[in-house]
Each structure stands twice: as structure tokens, then as C-alpha cells.
Design a protein around this ligand. Sequence first.
Ligand code: ADP
Length: 247
Amino acid sequence: MSNTDFAVAIEDLTVSFDGFKAIDNLTLYIDKNELRVIIGPNGAGKTTLLDLICGKTKASSGSIKFRNEELTGLDEHIRVRRGIGRKFQTPSIYENLSVFQNLEVSYPAGRSVFGALAFKRTDEVKARVQVVAEEIGLADALEMESGLLSHGQKQWLEIGMLLMQEPELLMLDEPIAGMSARERELTAELLKRICKGRSVIVIEHDMEFVKQIAHKVTVMHQGKILAEGSMEAVQADPKVIDVYLGH
Ligand code: ADP
């Protein structure tokens, strides 16, 4: 496989904060339709890596290509338009709006240039809301006020708000934090559904959940990749047991 066939091709990426290399000459490739999970101890550089991909942090050196286009010089909002979506741990939904309205205002043309929320129930928007609501398992809750949703449902709604923009790469930071066992199961199913047609990168600490969802696991340590492969392979790797799983 040539490097141009990957959805994401990161090569020799480094970022330093006051001389400290949070990401240290890292090379990583992610396929189209792949669900990649990144694990590793606190401070390994997982969040910084996602910050670099979405443009929240600028690289000191190296390359990040998305669908063969260099991203490193592009601002965060341009990367969103190129199809990169990022969800942080705390959901940022409009609690006083319905599920439908939250999805509606997330449609790319749903926000005016002044930042005010725009409601445009065109057939196109309605059709897209319906597709996304089914993907996130909230098709029966479209008229519900979002503040009344469970913690898990709020997280799914925020994923749905990102899906409204039809991202080709979606990045999620600990998507099951605070969820019930049932919500975790449903989130695993949701993630398996949404990686069809796009790539998904998940940072996760819960190894049972990682086993359920990951196509491939990357283990990070001190800004570098310590191991990469199937969950079974990385779990059996003595280096990984030593710095992470053995604790
Ligand atoms: P992880 O997500 O794996 O826990 P992080 O990416 O949050 O790790 O952090 C990696 C290292 O980089 C940590 O030592 C952290 O303190 C440092 N770091 C991250 N962002 C900054 C920043 N903006 N300024 C200084 N140091 C930072």
C-alpha cells in the first residue's frame, strides 16, 4: 500500500512545548473506514496528537496529510470544512433546544455568518437529520428537549451534530466516560456503524471497550508509538505491559 492510499498519513511529527517534546517524531497511518483506538498512560501525548490533527495545536515539524492534502498550515476551521470532526469529553449541545433542532443547526448551512442559530427545515435538512438520528439511535427522541436526555444520549447527540457535517474523519476523546453499561454497549454499536464510510480515531482507557470496537490499536508513550496492531498483539507485548497495562 502506498502512503497516498491512507485517509490520514502522519510522518515525522513533532511538537515541543518549551523544549519538551509532547509528540516526538511520530509516524502513523490510518485507513479509510478504519476505527483506530489510541491508548497509553496519562501524559503519553494522545490528546496532543488529536489537537495537532484538528489544528488546535500547530506542529513544530513534520507532516499530517488528510486524503493526501497537507494539513499542517491550515487553520482549525478550514480543517473542519475539509471533513475533520472532533468531539471533546464534555458535550456542548444546546440543552433548551430539541434533538431535531440541535441537529438542524449543525447542518453546514445552518449557522449564519453572525454566529446566530438558523433553523431551516428544508426537505434536505429534514432528510439528513433523519439519517443521522437513526445512526445515533435517537430517531424516536427527535422532539425531546435535549436537556432531558440521559448523559449517554447527550454524548450521542453531540456525535450526531458532528455527523451532520458529513466528516470523513471523526475523533473522539473517551466517548464512554460516565456512561452506564447499557449505554457503553450502544456506543460500541454506534461507533461500528459510523466508521463505515469514514475513519474514526478514539482515545480510550477502558480495555474491554477497546476490544469491542478497535480495528487496530496504537499504544503511545512519551510522545512516541510504543506498539501498534490488534488488541491481542499489543496486550501481549511486554513493552506495553511494562509501561501501561501492568499497572
Ligand atoms: P495524554 O492525552 O496522553 O494524557 P497529553 O497529550 O495531554 O497526554 O499531554 C502530553 C504531554 O504534553 C504532557 O506532559 C502535557 O503536560 C504536555 N502538554 C500538553 N499540552 C501542553 C501545552 N499546551 N503546554 C505545555 N505542555 C503541554
